[in-house]
Design a binder for this molecule. Sequence first.
Ligand code: AMP
Length: 198
Amino acid sequence: MTKVNRLTVFCGSSENVDRLYFEAVEELGKQLALQGIEVVYGGGNVGLMGALARTVLKHGGKVTGIIPRKIYDNVEHVELSELIIVETMHERKAKMYDHGDAFIALPGGIGTLEELTEIFTWYQLEYHNKPIALLNTKNYYAPYHNMLDHMVSEGFLARQYMEPLLSHEDPIQLLEMIKNHSVPKMNKWNQDDLTERI
Ligand code: AMP
């Protein structure tokens, strides 16, 4: 079981996407507000980022944005519950990862993919043992799943490192999966564990 007080969300900033993606985000945002789960995200006002923040706030939830000054100075803003302005992207991501009890990646572009893949890497390196969930609207993450399976079958990724990964197209079910999931601590640096993997 994972107690989720704060959820860190990675998501796309593009406006030019199918309405279905916005609908899924709005459903997720509403649920998070109703369930009293605080949202931590990149502080953006556009695309799925903006839609998520506005929906959570509209339903009485709490949203914390973490944004580098360079981006903050160049975009319009949603009035958030809390805004943390940092100097670098690395600082932003470290804070986002630290603040959440679990992570959800919504559909997104390379920025989203970077954050998702980085937090996945950090599990493998024993920096956390929090669930990492994919909101699989329109089966958006099928190619990512295929790539991971390919890494496993070619021996570049040990299957045990997939432990934190959850995926569902329905936001409510995905939240339930996160809450019901316990991610085992990795033991990468333990010799026994290493021999087991070979
Ligand atoms: P992408 O998935 O490529 O759309 O990138 C999403 C990521 O882009 C976010 O997590 C941010 O790092 C960054 N980003 C792009 N546009 C904005 C914006 N207007 N405000 C804040 N962050 C943004």
